[in-house]
Structures are given as C-alpha cells and as structure tokens.
Design a protein around this ligand. Structure first.
Ligand code: DGL
Length: 266
C-alpha cells in the first residue's frame, strides 16, 4: 500500500463532508475520495439490511479506487455496518459515533441530549453506548429527520432551520440537558443554528475532529500517513443526481469540486 493512496469516505449525502473537512484540516497532504450515496438518501429511515448492502457496495467501490483506509462518515451506517465491514476488509476502517462519553463527563446536570437519526437511536450500539455512560448521565434522545433535507437543500442557516431546531431542542433544554450531542454528520452544518437555539444553556458536542484524529492515529501506527507533498487530490462521487449534488457539495466543501456520477454498484 502506497502512502499517497487516498482515504475513502462515504455518507448518504453531504453530511460526511464535515468529517472530510476535519481530515483535510488535520492532514492536508492526504488524498481523499468522498462518496455521497444520494440515490439511497436518507439512510436514517432505511432498514439495516439496505444500509449493510449499500455500505458493502460502496466500500468495494472505494477499495477498487485504491483507498488505503475507509471512513464511514455517517453515524447511521456506522451503527449498522461497521463490524461487518471490519470483518470483510483488511484496510483500517474508522467510524463515527455520537459523543455521549465526553458529554456525560462534562455534564453538570447529569442530562445529555442526543440528536440523531431514527436508525441510529434504535440500534444496539447506541443502546450499549448509553448503558456505558449511565452512571454519569441520563441520555435523552431525539430523532431529527427534518434536519437532513434542510442540509441537503442548503437551508441550514435559514429561519426555517431555526424553527425546526427549536422544536427539536427546546424540550431537551426544558428537561435540563446541558450537553447537546450531534449524532449525525449532517448536523455539524446546523451547528450555528443549533447554537442560536441553545443560547449558551448547553454545550454542543461534535465528533468530526475526533474521527480525524482516530484516523490519523490508525494510519500513523501502520506507517501510512502521507507526507510526500505534491498535488493533493479530492475526488467526489455520487450515486445519483450529479447536478443537485454538485451544488450542495460545492457550497459545503467551499472549493473547486471534481464530481462524477457512478453507474449501478454491484
Ligand atoms: N449523515 C448520516 C448520519 O450521520 C445520515 C443521514 C441520513 O441519511 O439519514 O447518520
């Protein structure tokens, strides 16, 4: 495996770009391939079987593109598929999970609010994460399906987004939550809207940077961090509707975007 080989990331759509940004920030010499599975978006209301199948197909694709490591840049796909992916592939596979542990440790009220997709909140791994932190804090969770189209539609900084965020988050604040955990990678892009709703009454916790650090630790251990310099490439792939995807990815990536649409994955 060459160190210049890319890191592959995937999500149902643009949410995982929050993790791609953190990786680009920490490891600017790494080449990146990002896959937005818009044909199957949103994942949060899909069955575990569908998400498993998509995860397998996308990771096969990314490995065929030469990726030296995979980041499952989606909480929903992580809880559904990461163990299976790790048993199937030999490259390092890093996932993302809601930051309940740091939130529980920092909470003064002992109440932590978690915003995530329905699928994440229903998963066994979320239950066991909650259990592991149960001596420090009570977790109050909220499924937030309306956040996904707001981010995909680039409406994350609008009054509409504020109203939706208020409806989701206010009950958590009223229940005494002093930590609000972003348990879906799309929600990172709503952070400033969420902070307006929270008005300093709670700390907003995001794990994008921790995922980047964990990836760096895994690559460092395998002597696979790229330090060769040269022109760094970021390539984007989508499973459908490249016009809409290009608009959203360009806006949220904030740089020139090289996007291709993949045919059917097998
Ligand atoms: N961004 C994803 C997550 O972190 C999923 C959003 C969706 O497709 O429902 O869970």
């Amino acid at each position: 495996m060459e160190r210049q080989q890319p890191i592959g990331l995937f999500d149902s759509g643009v949410g995982g770009l929050s993790i791609a940004h953190a990786i680009r920030q920490r490891y600017p010499e790494e080449n990146i391939i990002y896959f937005a599975d818009l044909k199957f978006s949103p994942y949060g209301v899909k069955s575990k079987n569908i998400i498993n199948k998509r995860s397998d197909q996308i990771v096969d694709f990314l490995i065929n593109e030469g990726c030296k490591a995979i980041v499952v840049a989606c909480n929903t796909a992580t809880v559904s598929s990461i163990s299976r992916l790790r048993s199937k592939y030999s490259v390092p596979i890093v996932g993302v999970e809601p930051g309940i542990k740091p939130a529980a440790l920092h909470s003064k009220t002992g109440r932590v609010g978690v915003l995530a997709t329905e699928r994440t909140l229903k998963s066994e791994s979320f239950e066991s994460l909650k259990l592991r932190c149960s001596t420090e804090a009570t977790v109050i969770s909220k499924a937030c399906p309306d956040f996904i189209p707001l981010v995909e539609g680039l409406k994350h900084n609008t009054d509409q987004a504020f109203d939706v965020a208020q409806a989701y988050i206010r009950p958590l604040l009223l229940e005494g939550c002093d930590q609000i955990v972003l348990g879906c990678t799309h929600f990172s892009f709503l952070r400033s809207t969420i902070e307006k709703v929270v008005e300093g009454k709670a700390t907003v916790i995001d794990t994008a940077d921790s995922v980047a650090l964990e990836l760096g630790r895994r690559l460092g251990k395998a002597d696979q961090l790229n330090s060769k310099g040269g022109r760094v490439k970021t390539q984007f792939w989508t499973s459908s509707d490249s016009e809409t995807a290009l608009k959203a990815i360009s806006a949220l990536w904030g740089d020139e975007v090289d996007l291709s649409e993949v045919g059917a994955l097998t």
